[in-house]
Design a binder for this molecule. Sequence first.
Ligand SMILES: *Cc1c(COP(=O)(O)O)cnc(C)c1O
Length: 420
Amino acid sequence: MDHFGFKQGEIYAEDLPVRTIAEAVGTPFYCYSTETLIRHYNVFSQAFSGHDFLLCYAVKANTNQAIIKTLADQGAGADVVSEGELRRALKAGIPPEKIVYSGVAKTKQEMQFALEQGIFQFNVESEPELHQLSTVASHMGKTAAIAFRINPDVDAKTHAKISTGKSENKFGIPLSHAREIYGIAAKLPGIRVQGVDLHIGSQLTDLAPFAEAFRRIATLVEDLRVDGHDISVIDLGGGLGIPYDRESSKPPLPTEYGQMAKRIIGHLGCKIIIEPGRLLVGNAGILVSRVIYVKQGENRKFLIIDAAMNDLVRPSMYDAYHEIVAVKENEGPASTYDIVGPVCETGDTFARDRDLPDLNSGDLVVIRSAGAYGAVMSSTYNTRRLIPEVLVKGGKYAIIRARPTYDDIIGLDELAEWQD
Ligand SMILES: *Cc1c(COP(=O)(O)O)cnc(C)c1O
């Protein structure tokens, strides 16, 4: 559920007409709803109530300081995958003891910074990385608390580019090598083994692959305890999907996910960590754009809008579906459109064959479910300026990232000294 609904014939963000924000801020822009973020956080924390539980928001889905802060104020920790994300999480007020550091190849420098901050856990993904962390930590006279990210070899049944838990993917330690590597880690200086971690992919719309992976992990925890390891943390990763197409897709609810997880791993008495990203922020954001031209092709009608693939890359990169609606409710005649941006490639297509009311230059449209992997993946391709991000709370809004000037972008370049 989100807080972008129709009231009095037009779309509102909470208590504000989207049109009002568009007139003040200019299009295109991202618009996020505070209420929706809080609601999604609460649904997860209720699903795991009664357990020693920490939600570590996977900040890569949306790293805006105001978004992280909104979730931090609810009690969220963070899952980070780079030093930059770690710095963002800390700056937004997430305490280091609520931060887990994931990622397939942390560098020496990144490890050092994270150890200085005193984060809760490193999720280690390979033996070379383990040795590197041991060396860095012992040089600093510190101990790194670790979990190994285990690759349980299950098919997440999601888009190939965001499936991470099959044996052919680059992620994690193969389940078959797990006991061996825990044995190695237990003997290394600067390392304290505390947990087991997994993350099998993103935008999963079925509980079965999660359940299978969690069962394999539960068995592993029992085996590791037999081997003498003190396992007190299970990190289940993220990946629960959202209904991009509300007509046809009904992914499992966080409540069902929580019940299933508790059933499979609850008896182990571990602290449970989850790392949702998309589910917290995806439906809490929309992209608001204005029609530039309506163009009649030979046999297709194009709605050319002022947002483009550089602002929201998911449709061209992952063939992702996004619901697109007109801001003004209109019962009049409808047309079938291909909705495209102004960038010079055919990949710059948001959707094909969508039925919308008849629209004209200047009309506003909303691309729904754009809060996750939207703004963070945007670029300045075609020297288009990054678009503003706006946060709404009740009847108020704030610009949480402003639109840069052209000088800001072009000024990043410098001529070589011999070109003067
Ligand atoms: C991307 C990622 C997540 C978040 O995935 P969502 O599908 O956005 O929930 C969590 N953990 C790790 C390790 C990730 O790489």
